[in-house]
Write a protein that binds this ligand. Structure first.
Ligand SMILES: [Zn+2]
Ligand SMILES: [Zn+2]
Length: 290
């Protein structure tokens, strides 16, 4: 076969639909300063917490991907709906991509490693078609537990519509300022916070554990992501519900899990055992490559 044809076939296919959605949402977010009101700001604040902290950090990541605790099932489904509203893929695809990341961290096959540069890890990977990530028959293999649940299959297939329904509701409630702050600015803000875990928390910060990858503990990312920035701790203890492991590693997602347990809604909370800590601590942490 002609070498040009081979090169074209090997070149990753650009996902124009992702690029258009990404651009429109960012352009909409730029309108936020021009329609500021305190009501619109508090809508933004509440929704970034509901979709980012509860939907993505607590539900999609610590509960669905790692099963680091158990939650009353109706609440689990409700929080998964909140995760869909973050517009970061449906639950089955999100979980599958994240499990791929842990299975091959910073090696070939990691969907978003900064070994290919900061911007690739942060958002570039979202625009390249990948057979493993974009075909349901392929990515479902990484999340068979969710793929067999009809509720998750339904949420996965319909996740984009909930954002539109919410936008319509906000428009009827408070007009365009509520839509700009509650949909555009809020979605873009939560996107970049989540993506910083894939980029910044695999580049900058300190490493306590020799995890064999580039994951770091990064305080400012932890602040923006409700504790997810303690990412080297997380790579060392995948099933731990707590990512902050020292008193000063503030982890609001773990506080929320504890609160849900106090209310009788959560249980089976997983934490590292002393022997696991001793095992992870046995070799000196590997410095992050420049
Ligand atoms: Zn994880
Ligand atoms: Zn990671």
């Amino acid at each position: 076969m002609n070498s040009d044809v081979v090169a074209a076939l090997n070149r990753p296919r650009f996902k124009w639909d992702s690029a258009v959605g990404f651009t429109l949402l960012h352009l909409g977010a730029l309108a936020a300063p021009f329609c500021f009101s305190w009501e619109a700001f508090w809508i933004f604040f509440a929704l970034q917490w509901i979709t980012g902290a509860l939907g993505i950090c607590l539900c999609f990541h610590r509960l669905l991907t790692h099963r680091s605790f158990e939650l009353w099932k109706p609440l689990e489904y409700l929080l998964a709906l909140c995760g869909c509203l973050a517009y970061q893929n449906g639950p089955i695809k999100w979980v599958a991509i994240h499990r791929m990341h842990h299975a091959r961290s910073d090696e070939a096959g990691d969907p978003h490693s900064p070994t290919r540069g900061f911007w690739w890890a942060h958002m570039g990977w979202l625009f390249a078609f990948d057979e493993q990530l974009d075909r349901f028959e392929k990515y479902r293999e990484f999340a068979p537990d969710l793929a067999k649940d009809p509720v998750y299959r339904f949420l996965n297939a319909t996740h984009g519509w909930y954002q539109l329904i919410l936008a319509l509701f906000l428009y009827l409630w408070g007009g365009w300022p509520f839509v700009v702050w509650g949909i555009f600015a809020r979605t873009v803000f939560v996107w970049h916070c989540t993506w910083l875990v894939n980029s910044a928390a695999h580049i900058w910060g300190y490493r306590k554990w020799a995890t064999g990858d580039r994951s770091t503990n990064n305080g400012w990312v932890a602040l923006l992501t409700y504790g997810e920035g303690w990412h080297n701790n997380h790579h060392a203890f995948l099933r731990s519900a707590a990512h902050g492991l020292r008193w000063w590693e503030m982890d609001l997602t773990y506080f929320t899990i504890r609160l849900l347990a106090l209310l009788g809604l959560a249980g089976g909370i997983q934490l590292p055992k002393p022997e696991q800590i001793a095992k992870a601590d046995q070799s000196p942490p590997v410095a992050v490559a420049a």
